[in-house]
Design a protein around this ligand. Structure first.
Ligand code: UD1
Length: 417
C-alpha cells in the first residue's frame, strides 16, 4: 500500500487546475447504460473510482475508451446485467447502475453495498422509488434483484435528501412511461450536472437545481457530448490548503458558483477571496480564525468538506463548534489529528475544536477519502514530517494530489508500497 510523506510546507503559492468532479462523473458514466448510441464525456478525472466503474461497465458488455480526460462509451451490446460484490464492495457508487439497467433492460442484479467506514449508508430510498415506479424488487443472497417490463412514472417523496438515491431514480424515470415527480430531491451540483447531461441525451427533465424534479419519460435516449462540472470538493480542499499554509492559490477551472457555503466559511476564517466564473483565488495573510459549521445537504456546507475544515479549525485562533448531520460516523480523522497535537472533544455528532498554534508530524492512517485529505493538510502545517498510510482512499477521489500540491510549493513524497 502506498504512503505519502508530507513535509512541513507553508505559504503555498501559484495555480492549481481543478479536475472534473468525481461525484458527477460517476452517475454520468452510469448514464451511458441508458442509450445504444455513443456517449462522450470530457473533463473526466483519472481516479480509482472511475477505473472501478469502467471495469464494472466493461464486464456488462459496454465498450469504454478512456484517454486523457475523455471517456467514450458504447452500450449497444450489453450482455450482463449483474454488478458483482467484488466491485460494489470497493465502491458504493456502483449502485448507480441499478436505475439505468432496470429502466433500459427491465432487469438488474446489484450487490448490496454493505456497511462502509463512514456509516451504515442504506439504499432503502433507491428501492422505495423503483418500487413506486413498478419494479419488483427482492433481496436475495446479498443482491438487490429488480425486474420490470417497463417502469411507470410515479410521484415519489423521498424520506431524506439522498444524492445517489436522487440520481438513481432520475436515471430510471427518464425512460419510464409517463411523468415522474421526485420531491425532496438532492440539489447538489453533481445531480444538476447529471440532469443536464440526460437532457442532452433527449430526456425531458425540468426543475433542475430545485428539490422537485419533474421527468416526462421518453422511449429512448440518444448519444451526446458532455463536459463534467468542476470538482467543488477538490477545489475546496485546495482552498483550505491556501488558508492553512497562509498561502496564495488560484484555482483554475473551478466553479465558485457551486461553492457558496465553502467560500463563506473561508471568508469568515479571514481568507481574502477573489472569484470569477471559472476561477477562485484564496489568499490568507494571518492565522485563520475558528469558524463554527454544520454539515447539511446542498446548498449548505457539505459533509465532504467537514474533515478538511476541521484541520483548518485545529490550527485556528479560537474554539469552533462543528456538527456533522449527514453521516453518523464521520469523525474518524479526529484521533489521528489528535496524535498530531490537535485538541478536539467529540460528543456524538458535535466536535469542539480548540485551536492550537502547533501541530507535530506523526505517522497517521487514512480512514476514508476526505479524512485522508484532512491529514495531508495537517501534515503540511505540522512541524517535521507526517507519514499518511493507506492512501488508497485518497487515490479514489483526488487526481495527482501530491503533484498538484508540490507544483505550488508543497513537499510531499509518495512511497510505493
Ligand atoms: C453522496 C456522495 C458522498 C457524499 C454524500 C452526501 C457520491 C458518489 N457520493 O453519497 O461523497 O458524502 O452524497 O453529500 O455522490 N440514506 C438513507 N437511505 C438511502 C440513501 C441515503 O438512509 O436510501 C442516508 C445515508 O445513510 C446518509 C444520508 O441519507 O445518512 C445521505 O446519504 P446520500 O446522500 O445518499 O449519500 P451518497 O449518495 O451515498
Amino acid at each position: 500500500m502506498d504512503k505519502l510523506v508530507v513535509n512541513h510546507s507553508m505559504n503555498l503559492k501559484g495555480e492549481i487546475r481543478v479536475s472534473g468532479a468525481k461525484n458527477a462523473a460517476l452517475p454520468i458514466v452510469c448514464a451511458s447504460l441508458l442509450t445504444a448510441d455513443e456517449l462522450v464525456l470530457t473533463n473526466v478525472p483519472q481516479l480509482k473510482d472511475i477505473y472501478t466503474l469502467e471495469k464494472l461497465l466493461g464486464g456488462m458488455g459496454v465498450q469504454v475508451n478512456f484517454k486523457n480526460d475523455v471517456m467514450k462509451f458504447n452500450a449497444s451490446n450489453v450482455t450482463n446485467l449483474v454488478a458483482p460484490y467484488e466491485l460494489v464492495k470497493t465502491m458504493r457508487a456502483s449502485v448507480l447502475v441499478l436505475g439505468p439497467l432496470v429502466a433500459r433492460f427491465g432487469y438488474a442484479e446489484v450487490s448490496l453495498p454493505g456497511g462502509c467506514a463512514i456509516g451504515a449508508r442504506p439504499v432503502d430510498q433507491h428501492i422505495k422509488g423503483l418500487e413506486a415506479m413498478g419494479a419488483e424488487i427482492s433481496i436475495d443472497h446479498g443482491y438487490i434483484k429488480a425486474k420490470a417490463t417497463r417502469l411507470k412514472g410515479a410521484h415519489i417523496i423521498m424520506d431524506m435528501v439522498t444524492v445517489t438515491g436522487t440520481e438513481n431514480l432520475l436515471m430510471a424515470a427518464v425512460l419510464a412511461e409517463g411523468k415522474t415527480i421526485l420531491e425532496n430531491s438532492a440539489r447538489e451540483p453533481e445531480v444538476t450536472d447529471l440532469a443536464h447531461c440526460l437532457n442532452k441525451m433527449g430526456a425531458k427533465i425540468s426543475g433542475i437545481g430545485t428539490d422537485t424534479l419533474v421527468i416526462e419519460g421518453v422511449d429512448f435516449l440518444h448519444g451526446a457530448t458532455h463536459d463534467i462540472v468542476a470538482d467543488r470538493i477538490e477545489a475546496g480542499t485546495f482552498a483550505i490548503a491556501a488558508a492553512i499554509t497562509q498561502g496564495d492559490l488560484t484555482l483554475t477551472r473551478a466553479r465558485p458558483d457551486t461553492m457558496g457555503a465553502i467560500i463563506e466559511k473561508l471568508q469568515k476564517a479571514g481568507a481574502v477571496i477573489t472569484e470569477g466564473s471559472d476561477y477562485l483565488r484564496v489568499v490568507m495573510n494571518s492565522r485563520p480564525k475558528a469558524v463554527d459549521l454544520t454539515t447539511l445537504p446542498y446548498p449548505a456546507f457539505p459533509t465532504d468538506m467537514q474533515a478538511q475544515f476541521m484541520t483548518r479549525n485545529c490550527v485556528a485562533d479560537g474554539v469552533a463548534r462543528m456538527k456533522e448531520t449527514i453521516f453518523e460516523n464521520r469523525y474518524m480523522h479526529v484521533p489521528e489529528l489528535c496524535r498530531m497535537g490537535a485538541n478536539i472533544d467529540v460528543d456524538g455528532n458535535i466536535a469542539l475544536v480548540h485551536g492550537v498554534e502547533q501541530l507535530y508530524g506523526a505517522e497517521v492512517m487514512a480512514t476514508d477519502l476526505r479524512a485522508s485529505a484532512s491529514l495531508v493538510l495537517a501534515g503540511m502545517y505540522a512541524e517535521g514530517q507526517t507519514t499518511v498510510d493507506r492512501i488508497y482512499h485518497l487515490d479514489r477521489g483526488y487526481e495527482h494530489i501530491e503533484d498538484k500540491l508540490n507544483n505550488v510549493g508543497a513537499n510531499i513524497i509518495r512511497i510505493k508500497g
